[in-house]
Design a protein around this ligand. Structure first.
Ligand code: ACO
Length: 322
């Protein structure tokens, strides 16, 4: 009998402070019209001084746990995707485990930049399918506002803060149908976040901010996401028309539109959150999933295609019968 990783709970958290395009245009040479037209973003949330990836993850995780109607100690594994961990170690997963008061589960972080949530879903799916674990919590949590150079208009307009969570349970009813994850390290220089403390001597002067050649990233992202759509459909012997919802990583509305077009989907079938959230990196897909589950757009039995692309480059998809 087939066993699946079924979604039994979702959660999301966004800090209360909003930073609009007009706010940004007060400190860099840009405009609301330029940003909205090129990206689809109008505002993003900024974490408070006392917030961290683990504090935001806890709020999203508790929502997912409440929706699932389980006790935290029933969770067998916690997987946190983040590029902005509270500390390099202990992992944010361990910090979240402690915040949730769980003693007997495994907890760890994964690092796949904006693809982190999809990588997390893929790892969780393997553990659940093999019967190693029954219940796995996957969280993406990011404080991107602390790793962007607010004087660099090419990057500071894009990113925002937030956390998304999903709780998966081993079930005979359909859940994750397949995941496909990929990496290609040759594109390091197009998008990277320096780690000044561990860098080679020639790089120690690099500030710890996102470096991105946006235009080149954009082109690779569009092509790569087109390929992952084909790969996912083929592996599941499925037609484009069978997909009910596209739940994409929220990097740029033009990248999302290109993927929707490839799937011949109308934008009504695409969950878009980036207008008010920007790119929350590994949190974005899970935040979008949570929003559409909670507002009733996503219904049980529907087919969802989740996808993401990020630094590495990394990219991937998860096809889910919700
Ligand atoms: N306001 C006004 N002008 C700007 C701004 C700005 N905020 N930013 C750049 N410009 C200017 C540039 O200086 C350039 O001017 P020039 O022609 O005089 O040199 C012009 O606008 C065009 O610049 P491009 O970089 O070619 O603009 P583009 O249309 O590519 O848009 C953007 C830039 C929005 C960053 C886009 O490239 C993008 O979204 N890229 C993808 C980002 C992405 O997907 N990242 C992956 C995930 S992130 C992760 O994994 C952490």
């Amino acid at each position: 009998m087939a066993n699946y990783a079924r979604v039994i709970g979702t959660g999301g958290y966004l800090p209360s402070t909003q930073r609009t395009n007009d706010d940004i245009s007060e400190f860099v040479e840009t405009s609301d019209a330029w940003i909205f037209e090129r990206t689809g973003i109008k505002s993003r949330r900024i974490a408070g001084d006392q917030e961290t990836a683990s504090s935001m993850a806890e709020i999203a995780a508790r929502q997912a746990i409440a929706m699932a109607g389980i006790q935290p100690e029933e969770i067998d594994a916690i997987i946190v995707a983040t590029g902005t961990p509270d500390r390099v170690y202990p992992s944010t997963g361990c910090l979240l485990q402690n915040r949730l008061g769980i003693k007997n589960c495994v907890a760890f972080d994964i690092q796949a930049a904006c693809s982190g949530a999809i990588f997390g879903l893929s790892i969780a799916d393997q553990y659940i399918k093999t019967g190693t674990y029954q219940k796995v919590l996957v969280v993406g949590s990011e404080i991107c506002s602390r790793i962007v150079d607010w004087s660099d208009r090419g990057t500071c307009i894009l990113f925002g803060d937030g956390a998304g969570a999903v709780l998966l349970e081993r079930s005979e009813d359909a859940g994750i149908l397949s995941t496909h994850i990929h990496a290609d390290g040759q594109y390091e220089e197009l998008l990277y976040l320096p780690n000044p403390q561990a860098a080679l001597p020639e790089n120690v002067n690099e500030a710890g901010y996102i470096n991105m050649r946006g235009n080149e990233v954009f082109k690779v992202a569009v092509n790569t996401l087109g390929r992952i759509v084909d790969e996912t459909l083929e592996a599941n012997n499925m037609q484009k028309s069978e997909i009910d919802w596209l739940v994409p990583h929220q990097a740029n509305i033009r990248i999302i539109e290109a993927t929707a077009k490839k799937l011949k989907m109308s934008m009504e079938q695409v969950v878009v959150t980036l207008e008010s959230q920007g790119n929350t990196s590994s949190a974005s897909v899970l935040l979008a999933l949570n929003e559409a589950v909670r507002d009733g757009r996503i219904q049980r039995g529907q087919i969802l295609l989740l996808e993401a692309f990020g630094a590495g480059f990394t990219w991937g998809s998860a096809l889910i019968r919700y």
